[in-house]
Structures are given as C-alpha cells and as structure tokens.
Design a protein around this ligand. Structure first.
Ligand code: GLA
Length: 717
C-alpha cells in the first residue's frame, strides 16, 4: 500500500480511435484477441467486445452496449457491482465516470493501458490497469483505488475486474478438491442467477476450490475447437469469482479478493491495489488457452521460468521424522547413486526443548536438533557436496505449535481468538504475519539457514493449515483487514527473501495442493500439487493442473503410494518436474537400473516437457487411457506419454493422431523408458513417419494391458 499525493486527474479528450461525434474506443489487443471499450458522451465506459480480432476496427461503431466496465454499488445498477463503499457523509453510492486514459508501451510485446475513472460528486478514483501481452495472447487487469475524503472509507467490495460475455449458453469448467483429492474437475451450464467460486482459507488460495476456471460460450469446452476463456487471480489468499447471468442472458464475471470478512479501511490518499486478474481467450479451445498461459507464466510470472530445475531425492515418505545423521548420510549416498541433482531434507530436523519427532510440537523453533544432528546441518551439506549432489531443506516458517519455545516467548505473535479455545489444524496455529516483528522472524528463518549454511541450494516452504478462529493481536480494531494484510505481509517477506537470495530455488508446498496461484509464483520456482502421489490418481490430477500450470513448475515425486509398477509411477512423474521420495535402498537391482536410466532420459528430454507446448491428446475422462504430448517450439523434438488406466477387459485402443509437429518434417519414433530385460511391443518402434502422417493417421501408442504406461521420444530427422 503506498501513499500518494492528491492529484485530480485532468479530463482530456483523446485522439485515438475517435469514432463518430461522441463515442471513443479503447482497444486492448493481443495477437488474436481484442477487448474493446467505448466511452460514451455520458462519460461512462462500456465493454462492447471481447473475442477474436476484428479486421476492420471501424465496424466496432456498429456495436451497442450498456455494460459498464467497473460498476459501483448504490446507484442504478440492479446486479452485482465491482466496488462498494459509503462516503463520509453516509451516501452509500459510487458513480464512476471516465476522466482519462494513458497508454504505455512497456516493450515490443507488452502494452499497458490505464483507464481512469472518478466519482463526479465525491473525491473517489479508480485506475483500471490492463496489460496486454501480445505474443502470449494473455491480458492482465487490476484496479488502484484511492480517495481524498476527510476520514477513512471502508471498502466493502473491491474487484480486480469485471468482464461481460454475450452468448446463448455459458459453460463453466472449474476445479475443486480436498486433501489428497486435489484438482477434480466439474463442468456445468450456468443458468440465470449467480454462481460463486471462492475460498476463505486465509493462508492460501485453494484446496476446496481452485482459483482457475474456463468459460466456454455456447457449448462445453473442447481441446481444439470452440471459444475458451481461461481466467485466474494472482492472489495467495481468499478469492472470489462471481458468474452472474442476468435478465438479458448476458454473463457478468467479477473477479477479485473475496470480500468475505474483509472490509478494508482505506485511509485518505492511500492507494489500495487489487491483485491482477489474468486471462487468455481463444477460439480454438482449451489447448490454446493453456499453452498461452504456460508461455506467459514461464516468461512473466514464475521465478526463473526459463531456467532448468533440479531432480531430487526427498526423505519425507521414506523416513518421516525418524532419522539421524547416519541415516541421512546414507540417503545422500542414495541420491548420488540414483543420479539425481539434490537431496532434500524434509520435516523433523529442528528444535531442542521440544524436539520435532512428530507433528505435535516444535514449529517455530528453527534451531537444529542436537540429538538427531549433533554436528549440525553443515556436515550434511558437506557430505552432499562430497557425493556430488546439492542439499535442500524443508521449513514451515509461518506456523507455530503450542508446544514450542516460540509460543511460550511470543504469545502475542499468534493469530487466535481472545476468549475462545485455540483451534488447531495439524496441531498448529498461524503466526500474525501483519506484525512487522513476525515478518522479521519469518524472514530470519530463511536468512539464518542461508547465512549459517551458504551452500544450501534449495528450500521447500510449507504451509500446512488454513486460518480458522483467527484474530490478529497486531491489527487490533482492524480485524477485517486480517485476510488481506496477511497475504500482503507474506509478499513483503518474500520480497526481502528475493532481494537477498534472488535465485534460490524454493518449492511452494501447502499440505498438499493449496498454495497454487499465479501471485505466489513470482517468488517460487515450483509448487507441490498434492500429497497424493498414487501414479493412477496423478494421471488425472496432473491432467487438470496442466490447464494452467506449466510442467516445469509441477513437482511430481515417485513414492511408494499406489499399487502401480515403478515404471508407471516414474512415467507419470516425468510429465513435470521429476523427483523421488522413496527408499532407494529397497529397490531391486533392476528397479535401480531402470530409475538411473529414467533419470538420464529425463535429463535429455526435460527441456521439451518444461519449455515445450502441451498437447492433451486423449483425455482420461473419455476412456481408459490418457495420452499427453509435449513438443518444442521449433517442432524438432517431442515426447509422448501414454497411460492405460484400469480396464477390466483388454480394450482395443485405436491409433492416436499427434499434434504440435511439422507436417513437412520426418520424425523417428522410439519407445524409451523400458524396464530392464523388456522389449518394446510398439509395432511402429524406431520407424520414421512424416509429421503429416503422424498428425493425420497417427500411431498405436497404448497397449491394452491395464495400468501400463509408455513413453515415446519423437525426433525430427
Ligand atoms: C506436508 C507436505 C509433505 C511434508 C510434510 C512434512 O504435509 O505436503 O510433503 O513435507 O508436510 O510435515
């Protein structure tokens, strides 16, 4: 929140796209999409178009609209509003008029348009910012809200964006879940009235509902055809998407921070900046919008989205809290033998007065446990270096267990209700992040570890509970700012972490899926999608994440969950950022050999998975297999994964037509990742085909045996 001087915007008549006598257009455009606003002579701004680019802009004059772009509550509007407040004199209305616009070319790909609105009777202003990313076909929108009244105003509602659609029907695809049941998908037709997708978890965006959706006008969403509008909010906290079908059968989409229990007191001259709503539109289905978003995330959102990631061996599933220096040294040796880049030490390494031997104690006491690790972390870091692997470590710095020294020393640093029993989840409470002293403490958890062990090469930042029964001792009478200020404080801490450790890879974890949003990505290099590592279930979970998260950010670990073969679980994990969380010493010789080879294959092909384009060729929801392919931008290399699901009878799977290849190129197709002593049953193995053939006729990639998987390397000759 930054304070700005009072400046009333000067009304100016702008020249661009002046149509007719009175109307003026504001055209936001990317390579294939236009979002068009019209300023009428009543000085109101209306959305007149969103869709595929029109060749002749003059024809926009034919379009009429009564869809105001950011409607204030309390005047003539009879549907949901974007913003609501009551003025110092008790007037509960906002009537926002156009006062100007600004156009900035940020570089040859990104333009920013600012539409300035102000109430004509009160000193209340809103700047709507739009960034258009031309090549990625992505747009970003957020609002800056400021007032110059004498006393503070309470914002009841403060959306990031308001967007309208006109179609006969609207289909909404959204994602929901629970612990280990992450990212299930639902698609429904929106009917007259309001559908809300939101979350109230405080410390994170999702678990139960995910901040991502696709709207497809007129017919259900398809991979390659039909219009698709994919949207999300860059906010690591409570979000709300409101989909309202009105009396004219228009759809009004309002996106932003969830105003639930979050009335925000805005001081005079203070600017409130909403998080960005990000969207991509395509007339060619879900594949195009997810590829657009992946490209955008890698380039403009995810930290170091263009840099390689490390493969790793984690000890959580293998040892839980039960380890000592000797056991860990053995695991570091296993990491080296396996051929991964790093060993990641998980939970259980810290605290002495109440040692962290289970999840009931110690969060908050971030000193190394002397019984398990008498020689500190340094010895382990050295051991890792000796074994040729990097060393990473788990932290959960925003949390505290009641059985901890931190709880005893700083009872006022904890979010909990006065006069009520503490409410625990995973036996823990959340720290009062809005308190600057707590921010210093959380920062120091990272900083102390890095200062004492500069060779730590990776962190896993966990957050294992949402907020319940919460009250911020620091915010006192401003409790309704707790949810918003928590997230802003989280970002502040991460700004400090990134200022000092700009490229330290950090995984964002949250008791399984939970902290997965585009707002957090700029501070993190990867995320933990779910605690569910069952190979079969992951086919579905990863399929759904792939709509908006690029594979490079999605941590897929091979564990002992699931009854599928090691090959199946490995093939599934390869479709993202691969890692291991399993006792390597329990592997048979063949399993070890298979895994070592798989890592070599992965190292050779990960660039295609991480930086290429995803093609969801056969949906696991349509039959008994899933087929996913990645190909690079130059279409010289691709990798294809096929997973046969549970079939009672051996089902005949037909050939699959590939996508993302060059019709005029010739490609060799080779099955890889075979288990030792097994041969490929792929009849077309090692043969060459034209891209034209592969895309029009296809190949038989899926055998009919239940729970088998196959990986194919496709190389242009
Ligand atoms: C969470 C994470 C796990 C593990 C444990 C440690 O549940 O999702 O991967 O790190 O915490 O307590």
């Amino acid at each position: 929140m930054k304070k700005t001087m009072i400046t009333f915007w000067v009304i100016f008549a702008f020249k661009s796209f002046v149509i007719g006598q009175t109307d003026s257009l504001i055209i936001l455009e990317t390579k294939n999409t236009q979002l068009v606003y019209s300023v009428k002579n009543n000085s109101k701004v209306y959305q007149i178009y969103l869709g595929e680019k029109l060749t002749n802009k003059v024809e926009f004059t034919k379009l009429k609209s009564d869809k105001e772009i950011y409607i204030g509550a309390g005047t003539s509007n009879l549907f949901e509003s974007a913003i609501q407040t009551t003025h110092n004199d008790g007037n509960p209305s906002l009537d926002l008029h156009f006062v100007g616009k600004e156009l900035k070319t940020l570089n040859d790909n990104v333009t920013e348009t600012i539409i300035k609105l102000a109430d004509d009777k009160y000193p209340f202003e809103v700047k709507l910012h739009y960034k258009a990313y031309y090549n990625e076909d992505v747009m970003e929108q957020w609002a800056e809200i400021i007032h110059h009244e004498k006393k503070p105003l309470t914002l009841e509602n403060y959306a990031s964006s308001m967007i309208f659609f006109d179609a006969d029907k609207y289909f909404l695809t959204h994602f929901y879940g629970d612990w280990a049941k992450d990212m299930r998908v639902a698609e429904e037709q929106l009917q007259s009235g309001i559908k809300v997708i939101d979350s109230k978890l405080g410390t994170r965006a999702n678990v139960y509902q995910t901040p991502f959706f696709i709207i497809s006008p007129n017919k259900p969403a398809e991979e390659n055809t039909g219009e698709a509008f994919a949207g999300t909010l860059a906010w690591t906290g409570n979000f709300k998407f409101t989909f309202e079908v009105d009396n004219q059968n228009s759809l009004r989409l309002i996106s932003g921070i969830n105003p639930y229990a979050s009335q925000y007191k805005l001081q005079p001259n203070q600017t409130f900046t909403t998080p960005a709503f990000i969207f991509s539109y395509s007339k060619s289905g879900k594949e195009a919008v997810s590829q657009n978003l992946h490209r955008w995330v890698r380039k403009y959102s995810l930290l170091d989205g263009d840099k390689p990631r490390m493969t790793l061996l984690n000890n959580w599933e293998a040892t839980a809290f039960n380890f000592d220096e000797q056991k860990l040294s053995g695991l570091i040796g296993d990491a080296s033998k396996l051929g991964v880049d790093m060993f990641l030490l998980d939970d259980g390494w810290f605290a002495n007065k109440y040692p962290r031997n289970n999840d009931k104690t110690s969060l908050g006491d971030w000193d190394v446990n002397k019984t398990k690790l008498p020689n500190g972390l340094g010895v382990l870091v050295k051991e890792a270096t000796k074994q040729g692997v990097k060393f990473g470590i788990w932290i959960e710095p925003e949390m505290v267990n009641p059985k901890s020294e931190l709880y005893e020393k700083h009872p006022d640093w904890i979010l909990r209700l006065p006069n009520r029993e503490e409410h625990y989840m995973r036996n823990q409470l959340v720290l009062d992040l809005p308190n600057p002293k707590v921010q210093d403490f959380v920062f120091s958890v990272v900083d102390n570890l890095m200062t004492e062990n500069p060779d730590i090469a990776y962190m896993k930042w966990d957050c294992n509970r949402p907020m319940t029964s919460s009250f911020s001792p620091y915010l006192k009478e401003n409790q309704s700012q707790m949810y918003v200020d928590y997230v802003l404080a989280f970002y502040k801490i991460l700004d400090r972490v990134r200022a000092k450790y700009p490229h330290l890879p950090i995984m964002l974890c949250s008791g399984g899926g939970g902290r997965i949003d585009y707002g957090a990505l700029k501070y993190f290099t990867e995320y933990w999608p779910t605690d569910n590592t069952d190979g079969y279930e992951r086919v579905f979970i990863q399929w759904n994440y792939s709509y908006y998260m690029p594979a490079i950010a999605t941590c897929n670990h091979i564990t002992s969950w699931g009854k599928q073969s090691l090959k199946y679980r490995t093939d599934v994990a390869m479709m993202g950022k691969m890692g291991y969380d399993i006792m390597i010493s329990h592997f048979t010789d063949k399993e070890l050999k298979f895994s070592q080879d798989a890592i070599k294959n992965y190292n050779r092909l990960s660039n295609i998975v991480w930086f290429g384009n995803v093609y969801r060729l056969v949906s696991p929801y349509d039959g008994n297999r899933a087929v996913v392919m990645y190909s690079n931008d130059s279409k010289t290399k691709a990798v294809l994964f096929s997973y046969t699901l549970n079939t009672l009878f051996k089902e005949i799977h037909q050939k699959v037509k590939l996508r993302g290849l060059d019709a005029s190129k010739k490609y060799k197709v080779k099955e890889i990742n075979l288990f030792p002593d097994t041969k490929s049953k792929f009849v077309e193995d090692n043969q060459s085909f034209s891209g034209d053939y592969l895309m029009k006729i296809g190949i038989s990639v899926s055998p009919n045996t239940p729970l088998t998987s196959n990986v194919y390397e496709i190389t242009a000759e």
